[in-house]
Each structure stands twice: as structure tokens, then as C-alpha cells.
Design a protein around this ligand. Structure first.
Ligand SMILES: [Fe+2]
Ligand SMILES: [Fe+2]
Length: 271
């Protein structure tokens, strides 16, 4: 089984069950040492995200607003939004392994392990969505994460923006969602959502940490200082820092951010 060619077909697979099954077959082969790296491979630039045939894609401002999670409708909106993030995260983790050829084996080990986690996160949330009578694709989504991948085609930019910016933002966002859900977690469905989000939050720290490791690697390869992170984020997502919003300092520290970086991200001294 050819490594990059097979990853390309898995990324392009739209239907979630088919994508997950194809990835798991590939990952088992990879772990068994049965995949072969192509001698030369040129990755393609995808024109549209794989989910374009599953979900209606709208602008971020046109994504349905979240409602109180007390109602089933509010729970579906919340779960659909996070399920979509996980689906996008599967493609992005696979795209790191797909797009950056000739990297050390540890790089592929790391991002395929992340893709495997993202598949599990997707499934955990999708099971809850189905329990509420909905499924992935029922609501419109935005393509922000796909676009972030398209705009970051060097390893340095990719590691800065995808794991160290977007996945790290998830470390801040999830506790805030949990804070709203915990007081009502006696509701059985809310309890299940809380359990899933707690697992995801814990496991996402490792994704950001892996991003930190490969961002360091990319900085060294490019002869760049680690502070180039702020220039790259400013280019992709202008006005992101410094921010007043909550930063999950403990999780971010565990994932490799330094106090000086965290203080630079925030309008106040947080570390
Ligand atoms: Fe995830
Ligand atoms: Fe992740």
C-alpha cells in the first residue's frame, strides 16, 4: 500500500463511515510496516473540502447560531458544530502526513496517531448526534479549517496555524462550553456530552504538544526564531493577539507554550 497516494484517497473520501474505515485499514497497514513511501510524490492542492458533498458550506457568519443546550435543538446545534470540527481535524491531520514528504518517521507516527484520535472524537460525538435523531450533514457548516490548511503549505506555517493556533484555541473553548453544561449535567444527554468533551479536551493537549514539537523542528530547519509564530498567526488570522479572551494557561503550558508566549497572547499577564 503506497503511503501518500492512499492518504490522498482517504482525504478525498467524503462519507464519514467510509473515510474512517479506509483510514483504519491504512493505519493498521502502516503500523504493521506494510506501507511504502513513494520514491517521488507531488501532493495536490484540493479545490474543495471532502465534506463539500456531505454538508452545505456557508460563510462563518451564516452558520446557525447556538441555542440553549437545555433543548434537544440546542444540543444538536452544539454537537453538530463540534462534530464538524472533528471531521475537519481528521482531514487536516491526514493532510500533514500527506503533504509533507520526506519527513522523519516520527512525524508520520505523530500525525497518524492524531488522525486516529480525531476519528474516535468524531465517532463519539456522532453517536450522540444520532441518539438525538440527527446526523453529520444535517446542518450547514463553514470551511474555515479547510481554508487554514490551504493557506499553510509550508511545515512552519502549517504547524503554527493548525495545531498551535486552531487546536490550541480549542483548549480555551472547550472548558467554556463545559462550564455552561456542568450545572445541567444531570440531564442524561448533557452528561454524555460532558463526558465526551472531557475526553476530547484531555487528548487535544497532546495534539497541540505534537504541533509544538514539529513547529520547533520547522523553526530549526528554516533558521527561524520561535517568535515567528506571531507573524504567521497575524498573517493567517489578523488581530488574534493580544486577546482579552480566556486562555487555558495550564493546558497550553502542558502543550509547550512558554509563559512569555502566553503573556504576549493576552492583554494581561497570565503566566
Ligand atoms: Fe479532536
Ligand atoms: Fe485535535
Amino acid at each position: 500500500m503506497q503511503f501518500h497516494t492512499t492518504l490522498q484517497s482517504i482525504i478525498m473520501t467524503a462519507e464519514p463511515a467510509a473515510k474512517l474505515a479506509a483510514f483504519r485499514t491504512f493505519y493498521a497497514a502502516y503500523q504493521a510496516g506494510e506501507t511504502v513511501f513513494e520514491a517521488a510524490f507531488t501532493p495536490v492542492l484540493f479545490d474543495e473540502p471532502s465534506f463539500a458533498s456531505v454538508c452545505e458550506i456557508v460563510l462563518p457568519q451564516d452558520v446557525p447560531r447556538r441555542k440553549s443546550p437545555v433543548t434537544a435543538e440546542g444540543q444538536i446545534l452544539l454537537l453538530h458544530a463540534i462534530t464538524h470540527i472533528e471531521y475537519s481535524a481528521i482531514d487536516l491531520a491526514l493532510d500533514h502526513a500527506y503533504r509533507f514528504t520526506g519527513m522523519p518517521k516520527a512525524f508520520y507516527d505523530d500525525w497518524l496517531e492524531v488522525a486516529d484520535d480525531e476519528c474516535r472524537h468524531f465517532e463519539m460525538l456522532h453517536t450522540l448526534l444520532e441518539a438525538l435523531g440527527s446526523r453529520y450533514g444535517d446542518l450547514p457548516v463553514h470551511a474555515g479549517l479547510f481554508e487554514a490548511g490551504q493557506k499553510t503549505l509550508t511545515l512552519l506555517e502549517r504547524m503554527a496555524v493548525v495545531p498551535r493556533y486552531f487546536e490550541a484555541n480549542g483548549l480555551d473553548a472547550t472548558p467554556q462550553i463545559l462550564e455552561r453544561l456542568l450545572p445541567i449535567k444531570n440531564d442524561p444527554m448533557i452528561g454524555r456530552i460532558v463526558d465526551a468533551l472531557q475526553v476530547i479536551l484531555e487528548e487535544e493537549v497532546d495534539h497541540v504538544r505534537k504541533g509544538d514539537r514539529w513547529f520547533d523542528y520547522a523553526c530549526e530547519a528554516a533558521g527561524a526564531e520561535k517568535s515567528v509564530y506571531f507573524d504567521i498567526v497575524e498573517q493567517c488570522c489578523p488581530g488574534s493577539y493580544p486577546r482579552q479572551k480566556y486562555l487555558n494557561v495550564d493546558a497550553r503550558r502542558a502543550a509547550g507554550f512558554s509563559c512569555s508566549e502566553l503573556n504576549r497572547m493576552s492583554t494581561e499577564k497570565v503566566c
